[in-house]
Write a protein that binds this ligand. Sequence first.
Ligand code: AMP
Length: 411
Amino acid sequence: MPFSTLGLRAELCAAVSEHGYTTPTPIQERAIPVILAGQDVLAAAQTGTGKTAGFALPMLQRLAANHQPPRPRAVRALVLTPTRELAAQVCQSFKDYGSGLKLRSAVIFGGVGIHPQIQAMARGLDVLVATPGRLLDHLQQGTCVLDRVEILVLDEADRMLDMGFIRDIKKVVALMPRQRQTLLFSATFSSEIRALAAQFQQQPVEIDVAPRNSTASQISQIAYAVDKGRKRELLSWLIGSNNWQQVLVFARTKHGANRLAEQLDGDGLKSAAIHGNKSQGARTKALEGFKNGSVRVLVATDIAARGLDIDQLPLVVNHDLPDVPHDYVHRIGRTGRAGREGQAISLVAPDEADLLRGIERLVNQRIPQQILPGYEPSPRALGAAPVAARSPHRGGDRSGSGRAPQRRFSR
Ligand code: AMP
């Protein structure tokens, strides 16, 4: 089915084909006609499903159809996102898809100077993409007004709740007209998300393109059992021996992400860390380096990685398993995007066996597990009988010839 059959105007169809998209993804197929019709939408769709174009295209069409120059400082459509990176990427999508229309869009987020943002909003905007905290600063200073908002989008609403933005969101929504279109996107429909929808939406059309808590089927998943102290060594070896050129690695803490990036750099693998303590400039630079190939390994924490849009990311590595099983689903959603194949690899220390079990319960599938020759977890940690001799490969030749034996972790 081509995009034109969804009712999108020629400028938008042209922008979409310039991006090389020929067929709408399932979320686009279902959301675009409903949003064009002006209805509220409650959608369960993870990053990677094409959800951004799913809301941006019909919003641009509605804003262009009913075009009236925005008043100074006023906003016609507001998109709230949990992170700066996602805000920047969503705004870029509006600019890209709307390049044939005369609409003004801008992005605002914290961690950067406020004055250019004030200037960008001074003449009014058709689309503003914002993180909640910085938007509140502007609203308090009167540099932005929301009393003419026609469309509100809460993107990755589940993550905004996880990050404690609920009070900010309520304050922001209280400043908008009741009569508006509200679109709510979330990875899952939790009870909190349903409560939010009940409060902010009017008879939303529900769209669920991802079976709840399941992981995308085109992603192959594997877990390697390894001692905690040897994870970095195994990771370097996997990257080097497989000649992986673009690897997104997840670490549990900011400190751990920094240390791992430094160690991998020391191993000769150009790496950068991305997390909330890094300045906006450093985060942008790391992401750009990763996209243009000058940075081979990007080590990220969950929050920083949320919403990173990197085309054709071939693989994702969990250096540490996340404490919250939902984060595993978000993490591996970075690969195998929009129908492409991807690989998700987890390095699992014996003391993470319970976390792995929790993840398997959530995604309702077994994640195949392997022990690589030379990286066998120490027998004591595995709960097995101690063996007399050290593995011949340990710390030595790590070429790991032949297939590694399959084995489950002790639970
Ligand atoms: P999103 O879920 O919005 O983060 O989009 C995930 C990725 O899919 C982005 O890299 C988009 O550029 C890409 N994408 C969006 N729509 C399509 C489409 N119809 N066909 C192919 N790729 C798409």
